[in-house]
Write a protein that binds this ligand. Sequence first.
Ligand code: TRP
Length: 344
Amino acid sequence: MDSFSATAARMPALRAEISAHPQRHRILTGERPTGRLHLGHLLGTILERVRLQQAGVETLVVVADYQVITDRDSMGDIVSNVHGVIKDNLAAGLDPERTTIFTHSAVPELNQLMLPFLSLVSEAELHRNPTVKAEAAAAGRALSGLLLTYPVHQAADILFCKGTLVPVGKDNLPHVEIARQIARRFNERYGSVFPEPEGLITAAPELPGLDGRKMSKSYGNAIALGMTADETTAVIRRARTDSERRITYDPERRPGVSALLDTAAACLGTSPAEIADEIGVAGSGALKSLTAAAVNEFLAPLRERRAAIDTRTVSDVLSAGNARARQIAAATLEDVRSAMGMAY
Ligand code: TRP
């Protein structure tokens, strides 16, 4: 069995164990603040994190600011991106009283874990990592040392808080695998400090972008959570469909039409085929109107909450989160130093 099937097979037992003992777990998850979060992020990971928080699992969210420069030369509009990501998470239902939201750059003790951790992996292992390979290819430039080693940095994100669960899509399992390996090797060499974190595979299927490709800001096919209703309607109107009057769900042959059906279905809680039947021969125009209305209605409460969150609130949430993350990281670094005999 490959590692994905093995992890997938474990999900029912793991989910049962989480609901029975939420307090035995700690979730670490995160976002790279390179732009605005979109509907795919919301359905794929953010709502899952809100559900886990509601179920009583302690949750930490890293706004991975050092990861911005893994594959680019500048931080971009970092303040606005960090604030945007935090607003999106709060508007989706993350409660800052229960969830710690922090940035890499404010937690030096987390970053220091990178040093012993780097000694626990080989260069060949990093080059073999599928996400490093994919991102290096997508970056279209020489592999930076930070991009090569970012799975190790991500392991520090997970292990600094002794996280036990990492909600992931299928693509990100190799990261969790590296974090598990680092935890295991550290424990073998120096004594037991870290739990081995497990990947929690997100239940929701991945929502495609409006053109049927992966939803991504860089493809211009994404519905950002922070868009207005009018902007949302406009991107949906611009989406490429085809001229067949009868609407059918056929992702292979009709990627544009099918992506709109997927989007509407995700927001309405029905199936794409049902919506296709309902529209029948009314054509793409009708499909687009229905989809825009469904998305705007689905996102309206979140957008209303989002608009009410001011900059001051975001800064306060982040300062409190950073302070708490530092406390946790300092305690873990102390455990690491003492396990390694660095008690001078
Ligand atoms: N790489 C993740 C992303 O692109 C963000 C992230 C950083 C993360 N550190 C993490 C996710 C640790 C899970 C665990 O969105």
